[in-house]
Design a protein around this ligand. Structure first.
Ligand code: ZN
Length: 336
C-alpha cells in the first residue's frame, strides 16, 4: 500500500502532467490543422503561419502590437449600474459577468487606450469577443462614448476594432439603447472633423453592425471575418435557399461594396498609419527601423548644417546686398 501510494501514484501523476505541458505549448490551426508553437503564433499576432487563418486576439495583445513599443495608456470607462433588470436565465447575470471577468482577466468587453501608432497619436477601442461574446451592453456603450470624447479632446483620430455577437440580452432595452448612443458618439467625431476608422474582426454581428461598426470613414476588415446582422444559418432557414460560398465574409462584402479594404492583421498597423496620416494631412509615414532622434540630430544636421548657417548670414549678408545694390544702381544707369 505504501509502495503504491508513495511511489507508483506520484510516478503516474508526473508522467501525465509531463505530457500535458507540451500540449499547452502548441495550438492547432482549426483551418489547416497545422500545429503551431505558441510563441511563434503570438509573434505572428495569432495568424496561422501556414495558411494565414486569423485566430481571435485579445484587445490587450492587439494594442501591444499596434502601439509603438507596445506602450499605451488605458482610458478609464465610467461604470454603468450593474444588472439593472436583475436578469436570470440558466445563470444569474451577475454570475455570468463575474465568471467572464475571472476567465478573461478584463473588466468588460471593450478596452480603450491612447498612444502613438507609427508616431501618429491615436485613440483606439477594441472589443473582446472572449468576454461574453463581446456583447454590446451599457459598458461597451460608455467605452465608445469615452473613446470619442477623448479623441475630440486630444484632437486625435479614433480607431475601433469590432468583434461582437450583438446586443447583451441580459440588459434588455438598455443594451439596444447603446445603438443610438454610440451613433451620436460617432457623429460627435464627424462634427469635430476627426477620422473614425473601423476594423471589423471575426465575428462582428447583430446590433453592432446596425450602429458604430458600420459608420467608419474607412471600413477595413480582417480576412475571413464574418460580418452580418443576421447570420447565414438564420437567413438560410428563413428563405429556404442555399447561400453562395463565402456569403457575409469579409472578401465577399468587399466584392459587393460593403467594405473599403480587407487587410491581414500583420499588415494592419502600416495600413492604418498610412490612411490616418493621409486623412489628417500629416507627412507620409516613415516605415521600417527609424533611427533614434538623439543619434541622428547632432551628428548629421547639428554641427554640419548650423555651422555654415551661423557664419553664412555674416558673410553672405553684405555680399548679397552688395551685388544687389550695385545691380539696382547699375540698372537705372543704362536706362537714362
Ligand atoms: Zn492554418
Amino acid at each position: 500500500m505504501n509502495w503504491i501510494s508513495n511511489y507508483v501514484r506520484p510516478t503516474i501523476n508526473s508522467l501525465f502532467s509531463r505530457r500535458e505541458v507540451p500540449e499547452n505549448l502548441w495550438t492547432k490551426c482549426e483551418e489547416c490543422g497545422t500545429m503551431l508553437f505558441h510563441r511563434e503564433l503570438s509573434d505572428n499576432l495569432k495568424v496561422c503561419t501556414n495558411c494565414g487563418h486569423h485566430m481571435p486576439i485579445t484587445p490587450r495583445a492587439r494594442f501591444a502590437a499596434l502601439f509603438d513599443g507596445g506602450v499605451f495608456t488605458e482610458v478609464k470607462v465610467p461604470e454603468p449600474i450593474a444588472d439593472p433588470l436583475q436578469f436570470r436565465d440558466q445563470k444569474k447575470y451577475v454570475d455570468r459577468i463575474r465568471d467572464a471577468r475571472k476567465a478573461s482577466g478584463e473588466k468588460e468587453a471593450m478596452l480603450v487606450a491612447e498612444g502613438e501608432m507609427g508616431r501618429t497619436p491615436i485613440v483606439a477601442a477594441a472589443q473582446d469577443f472572449s468576454f461574453m461574446a463581446g456583447s454590446m451592453g451599457m459598458y461597451v456603450g460608455n467605452a465608445i462614448i469615452v473613446a470619442a470624447e477623448r479623441a475630440i479632446k486630444l484632437k486625435r483620430p479614433l480607431v475601433l476594432f469590432s468583434a461582437a455577437g450583438g446586443a447583451r440580452m441580459q440588459e434588455g432595452i438598455l443594451s439596444l439603447m447603446q445603438m443610438p448612443r454610440t451613433t451620436v458618439a460617432v457623429e460627435m467625431l464627424k462634427e469635430a472633423g476627426l477620422p473614425y476608422i473601423v476594423v471589423l474582426t471575426h465575428p462582428t454581428t447583430g446590433g453592432v453592425t446596425a450602429s458604430y461598426a458600420m459608420l467608419g470613414d474607412v471600413q477595413i476588415a480582417e480576412p475571413g471575418a464574418l460580418i452580418c446582422f443576421a447570420g447565414p444559418r438564420v437567413i438560410e432557414q428563413t428563405i429556404r435557399e442555399k447561400l453562395p460560398e463565402g456569403f457575409q465574409r469579409a472578401e465577399y462584402l468587399l466584392d459587393h461594396g460593403m467594405l473599403d479594404r480587407v487587410t491581414p492583421r500583420t499588415k494592419l498597423k502600416d495600413e492604418l498609419v498610412a490612411i490616418l496620416r493621409m486623412l489628417t494631412g500629416a507627412t507620409a509615414p516613415v516605415k521600417g527601423e527609424l533611427p533614434a532622434p538623439e543619434a541622428s540630430d547632432p551628428a548629421a544636421s547639428g554641427p554640419a548644417a548650423s555651422g555654415p548657417a551661423d557664419s553664412g548670414p555674416a558673410a553672405s549678408g553684405p555680399a548679397a546686398s552688395g551685388p544687389a545694390a550695385s545691380a539696382t544702381s547699375a540698372e537705372p544707369q543704362p536706362a537714362p
